[in-house]
Design a protein. Sequence first.
Length: 287
Amino acid sequence: MHSAAWHLTEDLDDFLSRAGDFLRSRPALHTVPLTVTDALRRRGLYAYGDQAPLFGTLGEAEGGVRAVLVHTPPHRVYLTQLTSEDAEGLADLLAGLGYPMPGVSAERDTAAAVAEAWQRRTGATGKLHERQRLYRLGELTVPKPVPEGRARVAGAGDRELMMRWHVEFVEAAGLLGVQDPAAWADARLAYGGITLWETPDGTPVSMAGATPEIAGQVRVAPVYTPAALRGRGYAGAVTAEVSRAALERGAAEILLFTDLANPTSNGLYQRIGYRGVADFAVYEFGR
């Protein structure tokens, strides 16, 4: 499908042939589409839901790609940075197609511009769901005091726990749609993508994950500690360990997102050595 300078497709290979160089040009700012499309290649197009994803590129021709769109229903549409004019054009295109957009996640100004443009064309109110900050690891510092226990990579025997904690994390974070917990756990187990912190008696008390490395970047996610176990240093310890392991494997950039409404997590990650890169926003659309 074509309109103006946008090219929309459901073909992942077509999208990556057009957008791959653009995505790799700024791997930190493009961490989400890089890791999402990598997961789709490894796990199949329906890894995130029952509907086919939609991909888009803006530009090409002589000027090259200047923005992309990645939508894995039922999740929100993810966009790289757009100008106000480009946001208007995208809203025109998707509204004209009758495309259902449940929300948008993007760099702060882009997300706001798309939400406003979408409301003008459809009447759907854009409600700010979350303000986020993207962080990049500078010099790793293990937060003190380190709690008793140790970190270990989750194995097959932790599958049920991972499934339960994944559901709890998604609910606590207010994420749209839930991947099948079993499929999520199996995908993470396949590459050692979850690390647990366990107490001296072997009881898991916190987890931190990391995406596979692509374009030199790894993103730490999710980080989760059950509510009753928080405030004891477990999340900091396991996040520091995951970050250390990614550095040891040679990742050039180690990234994570935080909810800016949570001063505890923002303070913790800064103590570990993470520094702000850019602010993002998530909007939900409703009538």
